[in-house]
Design a protein around this ligand. Structure first.
Ligand code: FAD
Length: 378
């Protein structure tokens, strides 16, 4: 077994680390306070190949693999979780078009994502009445001549108002998973209207919007994969996406551990640094242990993906454990900071809010357990 990153993986990680520490981290608090979308940062990420880490070079990607991708997301999330989710979704959309697209679709849309020209990618699956039960979606796409006409409503779509390239799932057939198809839709398409960005608990610098489709004509050659094959694309995207969210949780935990350790050494109570109190040391020890376990699970899932081996179960385990552990870590990091942890002068206040969504999106913890248990019982 080899637990080391290769030279190429380290190079990607170091590029992400440098940008994260020098550019993203200093801006993170202000972007969060102003609820400002990180458009500028996305351009810089694109310039470093970080919007297509696991995408072939011929489509503008870095072709560095799934492990390098996880390492990069960890670095970005440690600095700014909002930027990391926008980055992760954009990578996911680019990867899905590479995996399921025609050559024409790949050449046309993937470079828009990897170069930053599209600003971001968006993944429009959830609807107001269904998230976990995505196969119950009711947005429709009916064929009319050379186009599909989309009608319906999507909810909570990350970057839905900024993205130049969106994947949109809609029903082209009967009920259930087999009646669903996936379409590539360009930002600004006539008949697609993004709503007002939601006011969220955390990830305030990312944008989360509803999308309304009214008579939105999408050329028939924008169907991604087969007619009725959309649900398989969504599930495949989410498998990879869960590695991204696991990596995001690892980044948040790293930031918490560093902030908690730093503060514990500085803050004095009862005549000595609080780091000398056993209660505080145990919190730090538990955070460090869970962080190491989360990192191992995320990299293991990414490694399996990179080897072309099945990784659905491992991606769910990584996402489940890392996201739950990140919530424990952020809670304890706030506790170590005492009252100061409740104020946004300290990063742990933001990290606490940012971590909360990690057990919810791209499959709740309950959904991850359903996936894992299904594999256990097979
Ligand atoms: C900030 C944010 C960004 C998002 N970005 C996107 C995006 O870009 N694209 C997109 O398509 N979606 C996005 N989502 C939506 C997200 O994926 C859904 O919120 C998530 O899938 C959960 O669906 P739901 O909210 O409808 O919860 P529900 O499915 O209604 O679940 C409610 C509760 O019931 C539980 N539950 C449901 N079914 C079962 C079951 N069978 N067994 C046990 N428990 C169950 C759930 O675990 C949960 O605790 C985003 C959400 C948020 C909060």
């Amino acid at each position: 077994m080899n637990f080391s990153l290769t030279e190429d993986q380290l190079a990607v990680r170091d590029l992400a680390r440098k940008l994260a520490r020098e550019v993203l981290a200093p801006r993170a608090r202000e972007l969060d306070r102003r609820h400002e979308y990180p458009s500028g940062a996305l351009g810089e990420l694109a310039g470093l190949g970080l919007l297509g880490v696991n995408v072939p070079e011929e489509y503008g990607g870095a072709a560095a693999g799934a492990v390098a991708y996880a390492a990069a997301i960890m670095e970005i999330a440690e600095a700014c979780a909002s930027t990391s989710v926008v980055t992760a979704v954009t990578n996911m959309v680019a990867e899905q078009i590479v995996a399921f697209g025609t050559e024409e679709q790949k050449r046309r849309f993937v470079p828009l994502l990897t170069s930053g020209e599209a600003v971001a990618g968006a993944f429009a699956l959830s609807e107001p009445h269904c998230g976990s039960d995505a196969a119950a979606l009711t947005t429709t796409a009916r064929r009319e001549g050379g186009a599909f006409i989309l009608d319906g409503e999507k909810q909570w779509i990350t970057s839905g108002d900024h993205a130049g390239v969106l994947l949109v799932w809609a029903r082209t057939g009967g009920p259930g998973a087999k009646g669903i198809s996936c379409f590539i839709v360009e930002g600004g398409a006539k008949g697609m209207t993004p709503g007002r960005p939601e006011h969220k608990m955390g990830l305030s610098a990312s944008s989360t919007v509803p999308l309304v489709f009214e008579n939105c004509a999408v050329p028939a050659d924008r169907l991604l994969g087969e007619l009725g094959g959309g649900f398989r694309i969504a599930m495949s995207a989410l498998d990879g996406g869960r590695i991204g969210i696991g990596a995001q949780a690892v980044g948040v935990m790293r930031a918490c551990l560093a902030a908690g350790a730093r503060y514990a050494k500085e803050r004095r109570a009862f005549g000595k640094p609080i780091a000398e109190q056993e209660a505080i040391r145990w919190k730090l020890a538990d955070m460090a242990t869970e962080l190491a376990a989360a990192e191992a699970l995320v990299f293991a899932a990414a490694w399996l993906k990179e080897q072309g081996r099945p990784f659905t179960r491992e991606a769910s385990m990584a996402k489940l454990f890392a996201s739950e552990a990140a919530n424990r870590a952020t809670k304890e990091a706030v506790q170590i900071h005492g009252g100061y942890g409740y104020f946004d002068e300290f990063s742990v206040e933001r990290l606490f809010r940012d971590a909360r969504v990690e057990t919810l999106y791209e499959g709740t913890s309950e959904v991850q357990r359903i996936v894992i248990a299904r594999h256990v019982l097979q």
